[in-house]
Design a protein around this ligand. Structure first.
Ligand SMILES: [Fe+2]
Length: 348
């Protein structure tokens, strides 16, 4: 029965890479930056650590996507679960507030299920839960969401591996590197200590993203909890904006399947249609982004002149040049023991 388990978006890497190399990737999805090795983040406005985007990033627009996730499409019925408020301030590295930053959150319902087409696990849906929301910070850089505490969910049934309750957070503002991270609840000590991501954080990173809750308090319901989650973004430096060589990389790249033996499950996972499995590289404000059919656009971080880290795919992207100094394609050097993926530039 074990071997017949289907790959889904929660456990695919254990079955794919795990089976191949006998280990489990700790940075599965999303635009995750490697956690810093040193345990030195103690000041207040040290940029918040990047964490995985996960497979359930909202991929469809919806009319109701405001800051109150407990009210969906005007219904008076509140979703099941413990009422919480997540509030905080978005600043730069020097603690200057960042007004107008777009803060987006998404998380599972109280039963541990996402409002997302790819979450096919047989867990109860909650039609009264909004699933995700977004808002812009005010002139003081403040934001705030009203929602319910997400439930834990099974990550890998074979190993009795659970994800601790967490809220995915994405923050974007022109002039700053996009941040994707996860916020955890301090009260869930045991689950956090076992969580595949939270358990790998350094002490100072834990302080940033594993947050205490406070019951009641000013201007919130007596039964509700308040969690403060301040976020600091990294500024895009002027030098980065001027990088001219980035222009050569912009374009659309098509994966060459003749030279890339990918399993069907992975092709399905990354975009379904193998004839249209493309990577689009674009540049905005000095930031280079990569995008695939079902992966949202996210920043790729330079490692060297031709090599970038693409965290949504857990790979390095290396651009290839011909003798006439034209970029002709790219190679995905997958992290871990996975075959390279070769893509040819078809546009741009
Ligand atoms: Fe998640």
């Amino acid at each position: 029965m074990k071997n017949q388990k289907k790959i889904n978006r929660r456990n695919w890497l254990q079955l794919g890479i795990g089976a191949t190399i006998g280990t489990i990737s700790l940075k599965l999805f999303g635009c995750k930056e490697s956690p810093s090795k040193e345990d030195t983040i103690v000041e207040k406005c040290v940029p918040t650590q990047y964490d995985t985007m996960g497979p359930f990033h909202p991929n469809k627009d919806q009319a109701d996507k405001d800051f109150d996730l407990t009210k969906f499409n005007g219904s008076d019925k509140r979703p099941k679960g413990e009422l919480i408020y997540v509030r905080g301030k978005v600043t730069d590295e020097n603690c200057n507030p960042i007004p107008g930053a777009l803060v987006m959150i998404w998380h599972a319902n109280t039963h541990g299920k996402y409002t997302h087409e790819y979450d096919t696990n047989k867990i109860e849906d909650d039609p009264d839960f909004q699933g995700w929301g977004q808002m812009k910070t005010n002139e003081k850089g403040e934001y705030g969401f009203k929602t319910i505490k997400p439930g834990k969910y099974m990550f890998d049934a074979d190993n009795d591996d659970w994800r601790a309750p967490h809220i995915h957070v994405k923050v974007a503002r022109r002039g700053y590197h996009e941040l994707i991270t996860q916020m955890y609840f301090e009260e869930d000590t045991e689950l956090n200590d076992k969580d595949v991501f939270a358990s790998k954080l350094s002490k100072s990173e834990r302080e940033q993203v594993i947050r205490p809750s406070e019951k009641g308090g000013q201007k919130i319901e007596a039964e509700a909890s308040l969690i403060n989650f301040d976020i600091a973004l990294k500024s895009v430096r002027n030098g980065e904006k001027d990088k001219k060589e980035f222009a050569e990389f912009i374009g659309v790249y098509e994966i060459n399947f003749k030279s890339t033996p990918l399993e069907k499950e992975l092709i399905d996972f990354y975009g379904g249609n193998r004839n249209e499995l493309r990577i689009t590289i674009s540049k905005e404000d000095g930031i280079l982004n990569a995008e695939m059919p079902i992966q949202p656009k996210c920043e790729i971080f330079p490692k060297s002149k031709n090599r970038f880290v693409y965290r949504a795919f857990e790979a390095d992207i290396e651009f290839k040049w011909d003798e006439e100094s034209q970029v002709t394609g790219l190679v995905f050097h997958r992290h871990f023991d996975f075959p390279e993926i070769i893509a040819e530039k078809i546009k741009g």
